[in-house]
Write a protein that binds this ligand. Structure first.
Ligand SMILES: [Zn+2]
Length: 291
């Protein structure tokens, strides 16, 4: 049996985004570590509607869990998401590089490089690229460091990418504040993270596929996104909900197969696909900030 180190956990009595003490428990769940029976709570802030996991592990402890590939934060043997098609990479980066057409003169920073699919694209196309990730499967590259504090002093960046990262951190606002100090004037910040305002999340609460403690710790509302950007000093340029990437396996696993009548079953499956996954499944935020 595996246990979390209790000395590294903090039971917050306030919202980590807006600091309101008006919070309530809305569910509880096991961690993603199948070798552990630890149970954590899902908390909602009544003021900004942000959801977070309690207790929250401190960032130093989290960094170490990611570094060793602990099953409390990643599934066993995880080596990062599968490589997207080149067209998907281009489509993703086109969302924000349209604001920065002169890429070859610009500096790029990515937090959460993972296997480096986006990083490699920018390394080829920008003047200078730096990356941060504590994981063991990041590309070997002197410009990819384990911690943001290891980025050389006086370097500033024009495009900063932090995709699927903020939900993994103890304090996402602190990270955006640190990044802000590394941003050039008019720098663009591109980020994506879970959207708990989507109907699927509201209906499923702790059963929502994004609630994966202690890998995912934060689930953002419209209001908590605004507060986080404002507190960290970023101007909000764009914000919209978007689809995550549920795999076919996720979809099949989450579907209730308990029906004897095959016609009804097929009908229910189509309704499920159409409404839950296609119409109501926009369970991520895509946010563009500007310095
Ligand atoms: Zn709040």
């Amino acid at each position: 049996m595996e246990y979390l180190d209790k000395n590294e956990l903090d039971y917050l009595n306030y919202c980590p985004i807006c600091n309101s003490k008006n919070i309530k428990k809305i569910g509880e769940k096991n961690t993603i570590n199948i070798n552990s029976k630890e149970i954590v709570s899902l908390i909602e802030c009544n003021n900004c509607k942000h959801w977070f996991i309690s207790p929250l592990p401190n960032q130093k402890y989290l960094n170490n869990l990611y570094k060793v590939g602990s099953e409390f934060v990643v599934s066993r043997g995880y080596k990062g998401r599968e490589k997207p098609e080149d067209t998907e990479i281009k489509k993703y980066v086109s969302r924000f590089i349209k604001y920065k057409p002169n890429l070859s003169e610009l500096n790029f920073l990515e937090i959460g490089v993972g296997p480096g699919y986006y990083f490699n694209y920018f390394e080829k196309n920008t003047k200078l690229s730096y990356g941060v990730d504590p994981c063991s499967y990041k590309p070997e590259n002197p410009n990819i460091v384990e911690d943001i504090s290891l980025i050389p002093e006086n370097l500033k960046f024009d495009i900063i990418l932090i995709q699927d990262v903020l939900e993994h951190l103890e304090n996402p606002t602190d990270m955006l504040s640190i990044i802000k100090k590394l941003a050039n004037e008019n720098a663009i910040l591109s980020c994506g993270f879970p959207n708990k305002d989507c109907l699927t999340a509201k209906k499923m609460k702790e059963k929502w596929r994004m609630v994966m403690p202690i890998g995912h710790l934060h689930y953002f509302s419209k209001k908590s996104v605004n507060i986080m950007l404002e507190k960290s000093g970023w101007k909000l340029k764009k914000k919209h909900s978007t689809w995550g990437r549920p795999t076919i396996i996720d979809i099949i696993k989450n579907f209730d197969w308990g029906s004897k009548n095959p016609i009804k079953l097929i009908y229910r499956f189509f309704v499920y696909l159409l409404f839950k996954e296609i119409l109501f499944g926009k369970d991520q935020w895509y946010v563009l900030g500007q310095n």
